[in-house]
Design a protein around this ligand. Sequence first.
Ligand SMILES: Cc1ncc(COP(=O)(O)O)c(C=O)c1O
Length: 409
Amino acid sequence: MTDVAQLDAADPLAALRERFLLPEDIVYLDGNSLGALPRAVPDAVDRVLRQQWGGDLIASWNRHDWIGLPTRVGERIAALIGAAPGQVLCVDSISVNLFKLLAAALDLRPRRDTILTLRGDFPTDAYIAGGLADWLGPQRCRVHAVEAPALNEHLDERVAVLLLTQVNYRSGERFDMAALTAAAHDAGALVVWDLAHSAGVMPIDLDACAVDFAVGCGYKFLNGGPGAPAFLYVNTRHQGGVRQPLSGWLGHATPFDFAPQYRPAPGVRRFQAGTPPIVSMAALEAALGVFNDVDLNAVRRKSLALGDLFLERLAARPALRELNCITPREHARRGSQLSLRHEQAWGISQALIDAGVIVDFRAPDILRLGFAPLYNCFADVEAALAALERVMVNETYRDPAYDQRPAVT
Ligand SMILES: Cc1ncc(COP(=O)(O)O)c(C=O)c1O
C-alpha cells in the first residue's frame, strides 16, 4: 500500500465520499467555489419538480411546506455555524443579505457613520458597503478599508460596524472571529462576518463569539449547487428592534392579510423580502443531509491534514519551487484552501484542468486549491502534485490555447 493509500485507509471520514456523485477520472479541488453534487440531490429535486410542482401544483406551498423552506433550511445551517434556533434564515444572495445587514447595523448605531473593513476582501462586500454609503450620502455613512494589522487602531468611536470575512477568498487566510468580534464590541461597534469560505468546512461558534450578524453562501462547502441561495444570521439580542430596508411582503408579520401597511415579522423572518427560489432551496436542503452525522471538528482536522500533506510535498519537489504559497501555514490562520502565486497562474490552472485536476484561478496571479474533506482524499493531494509537476516541467501552461480567457475564470 502507498503511504497516501494508508492515510486514506485510516481516514474516519473516507466513506463520506460515497455521498457525492463525482466523476471517476478527475481530482476535484474546487469545492471552495462550487461544491460537488450530493447523491441525494437529483431525486430530491426531481420530487419537487414532478410530484410537488407537477402534481400538487400551488397546493404545495402548504402541503409540502414550501413556505417554511427559508426557516427550515436556515435551522439546518444554524446547526453548522454554532447558532441556536431562531437566528438563521436561508435567503437571497450574500450580496443582497449584506446590504440588508449593513443597513440594519448602521440603524442600530445612529450616531456612528463608518463601515470598517479590510482591503482585499471579496469585492462584492466592498461594492455593497460602498453602494450603501453612496446611497445614504456622506453625512450618514462612509466606508473605511484598512490593512489587517492596522484594524484595531481604526476601531474608533465613528465605527458603527466592522465587516469581515472569516477566510479570505484569495489568500486562504483565516481571521480570529472571537478576538475581532470582542475588539469591535469593546469599541462600541457591531460586526458582520462573511462565512462564504468557512461554513461547512470548520466548526464556527457565532453564538459563543457573540457575533451580531453573519452571511454565508450555499454553493461552496454546503454543496447546494450553482446559484444556491445564501443565508444570514441575526443574533437574538438584536431581533427586537432591528429594521432592514428591503421590506418585502414575505418579511411581513402576516403576509396573507395583504395589509396596506408593512409590519415586520417577529424575529429573523423579517429579513426575507420576496418569494424564495423553491427548487434551489430544496436542492440545498437535500445537500445539507450530507452533514447529518458529521462532526465538524473531524472535518477541520482532515482539512488541515490535507493541506499539511500538500505543503510538505510541495516543498519536497524542486520543480515546484517557483510556486509561492501565500496562505499562512499556522493552522489557526488557515482556511481550507491553499493559494499559490505564480505569474503564469492562469495557464497553470488551465493546464491542470486539462490534466483532470480541477482548481481555479484568481486574477492576476493566484492558483487556488480547495480541500473539501467530505469528498477529497489524500490520494487527491498526491495526484494534484504529480500533475502540477508535469505541467511545470513540460511548461504545458504556455499552450497558446490558454491565451483566451472565457467569461468566468
Ligand atoms: C467571501 C465571498 N463573499 C461573497 C461572495 C459572493 O456572494 P454572492 O454571489 O452570493 O452575492 C463570494 C463568492 O465567491 C465570496 O467568496
